[in-house]
Design a protein around this ligand. Structure first.
Ligand SMILES: [Zn+2]
Length: 86
């Protein structure tokens, strides 16, 4: 059967689509092809999640600041050494 659809998107084209940069001719394929749309939408979701991660990641020193607050007072604990060694 003659398939009116164009070939499926390449990984590069999926990436372009996720960024809204895919040419309209190929975009038309995504609109008609469930398979490509599923892949493309998954890719876009992934890109969004990555974008959020990189937005939070540069908070450098964050861990250090939290750890400074959380720092447990350094006590030697209940294990007092009996002075028996003299
Ligand atoms: Zn397709």
């Amino acid at each position: 059967m003659s398939d009116p659809l164009m070939p499926h998107l390449t990984p590069d084209e999926v990436e372009l689509w996720a960024q809204g940069l895919l040419p309209a001719t190929r975009d038309a394929h995504v609109a008609q092809c469930v398979e490509c749309r599923t892949i493309a939408e998954r890719e876009r979701k992934l890109i969004r999640e990555l974008a959020q991660l990189t937005r939070f990641a540069p908070e450098f020193g964050f861990v250090e600041r939290v750890m400074a607050k959380v720092k447990i007072p350094a006590r030697s604990g209940p294990h007092f050494r009996p002075h028996t060694d003299a």
